[in-house]
Design a protein around this ligand. Structure first.
Ligand code: NAD
Length: 496
């Protein structure tokens, strides 16, 4: 594994110049994986200059040229997929089964999808709306995109930020989380190996307040694309607004999981465990609040508890491990404190709520946790936890279910479990979230948009809808009569 050089600027891997040393560690073990100097404003300047220089050529490539380069990129990633899976597992404390089966193939599929989508960029059809002019719509790349990503799915987040941007002809400076930069740098290197020109994709690894700030406020960044917490997203949006800069925000979530009394109980219980514990719960769409209609409530809680008992915590390189560690001891302690506060506020901790005994307790592990008897307005129900914690609460009427599902500031994702087509239809219409699953929770596909409502942000990742974020729409109006005095001139002046 590479131990230094976490900047990738103008096609070269090197160290940052901020003077601040930082180590990337495996949070499951504490092992130091790489130490490097973080990026400072100078590195950001250089990366933006490289992206700006590359824009002139990249923005003029044909869709077919971009597409072919991206297909070669996908092949490079495929060839190195085991190396990516291993590194992603170690930097994130993720089980190798998850990175092999989800993070890496998902990212490669994303590259292939956008290789195809690059050839389908289009404006609306043209026509003679005025009678005397032909109007056409051009869809153009914006320029240099400044992207900021979180640590929870390092490679997938890098892919979601970079792919629609470069497929549309933009160039990018991506700041990954300084906790998890290694696969982002490898991703950019693989693009270079595939023939994507130097400067099209640059990585600056630095802290949010230093490199992130420098990127957001850089005058040559045409758009800021941010994925992270709602609190930081608000700061980024405020700064972008001050500079009248375009911004795309993918923020936090607190997904409801609504189980109606006609649902398949076993399917719902399994869905809740998978949906709550994927990536140790550090998933913006994770199932966090299960609302279960009263007749099924007790049986649902009992079955979820039983299934959680069977979840195996263990070393991340063991294919038998179901759940790895959280991203850091700090994150683990934050989750533990939220659970402790819930307990003090009167909630019942049905399962977990503990740091495991033995060697795992030295890493950032936290037991799968099931909570009941929490108040709807309590912090554990309202705030993002970002850990392996599911809160379960009963409801009586369908109206209650919809009201409770919508009763947080967030609106990223939700699911409804029912065998009744009318209930499914109502839930999909009335739950305010960017994605509503029916009888499942979590699957994502490259073809479909991902993005938030309410405090979960705005704008879409993935799918052709993401091109709306990363392109400018230009109206070209071409006069067809050739007459020197146009009829509309009469409203301004009439002298011949
Ligand atoms: P975070 O907001 O702390 O950090 C996100 C990124 O912003 C990091 O790269 C960080 O260095 C940078 N940053 C921090 N302060 C900054 C500043 N002042 N200016 C510019 N950049 C700054 O989030 P995190 O803890 O890394 O990630 C977890 C959060 O991300 C959760 O809230 C989760 O819901 C959210 N998330 C959302 C989505 C989505 O698609 N909506 C996907 C994944 C994660």
């Amino acid at each position: 594994m590479e131990t230094s050089g976490q900047q990738f600027i103008a096609g070269k891997r090197r160290s940052g110049t901020s003077g601040e040393q930082h180590s990337v560690t495996n949070p499951a073990t504490g092992e130091v994986l790489a130490t490097d100097t973080l990026a400072g404003p100078e590195d950001v300047n250089e990366a933006v200059a490289a992206a700006r220089a590359a824009f002139a050529e990249w923005s003029r490539t044909t869709p077919a040229e971009r597409s072919e380069a991206m297909l070669r990129w996908a092949d490079r990633l495929q060839a190195r997929s085991e190396e990516f899976a291993d590194t992603e597992s170690r930097i994130g404390g993720k089980p190798i089964r998850l990175t092999r089966g989800f993070d890496i193939p998902g990212s490669i599929d994303n590259v292939r999808f956008f290789a195809g989508a690059a050839r389908n960029l289009e404006g609306r059809a043209s026509a003679e709306y005025s009678g005397d002019h032909t109007s056409t719509v051009r869809r153009e790349p914006i320029g240099v995109i400044g992207s900021i990503a979180p640590w929870n799915y390092p490679l997938q987040m890098a892919a979601w930020k970079v792919l629609p941007a470069v497929a549309a002809g933009n160039t990018v400076v991506l700041k990954p989380s300084e906790l998890t930069p290694l696969t982002s740098v490898m991703f950019a290197e693989a693009a270079q190996e595939a023939g994507i020109p130097d400067g099209v994709i640059n990585i600056v690894t630095g802290s949010g307040p230093v490199a992130g700030q420098a990127l957001v406020t850089h005058p040559d960044i045409a758009m800021v694309s941010f994925t992270g917490s709602t609190a930081v997203g608000r700061q980024v949006a405020a700064q972008a607004a001050g500079l009248a800069k375009r911004v795309h925000l993918e923020l936090g979530g607190k997904a409801p999981f609504v189980v109606f009394d006609d649902a398949d109980l076993e399917a719902a219980a399994r869905g809740a465990v998978a949906g709550a514990l994927i990536n140790a719960g550090q998933d913006c769409t994770a199932a966090t609040r299960a609302y279960v209609q009263r007749p099924l409530y007790e049986a649902f809680v009992a079955r979820v508890a039983e299934l959680m008992d069977g979840v195996r915590l263990g070393p991340v390189d063991d294919p038998a491990t179901d759940m790895g560690s959280l991203i850091s001891l700090r994150q683990r302690d934050k989750v533990a404190a939220m659970v402790e506060n819930a307990r003090e506020a009167g909630a019942t901790i049905v399962r977990g709520g503990r740091i495991p005994d033995g060697p795992l307790g030295q890493g950032a592990y936290y037991e799968p946790t099931l909570i009941t008897d929490a108040a709807q307005d309590s912090a554990i129900v309202q705030q993002e936890i970002f850990g392996p914690v599911l809160v379960c609460l009963p409801f009586d009427s369908d109206n209650d279910a919809i009201r409770l599902a919508n009763d947080t500031p967030y609106g990223l994702a939700a699911s409804a479990w029912t065998s009744n087509v009318f209930r499914a239809g109502r839930a999909s219409r009335e739950i305010q979230a960017g994605c509503v699953w029916i009888n499942d929770h979590i699957p994502i596909i490259s073809e479909m948009p991902h993005g938030g409502y309410k405090a979960s942000g705005f704008g879409k990742d993935m799918s052709v809808y993401s091109f709306d974020e990363y392109t400018n729409i230009k109206h070209v109006m071409s006069e067809n009569t050739g007459e020197r005095h146009k009829s509309w001139h009469d409203v301004v002046f009439t002298s011949r």
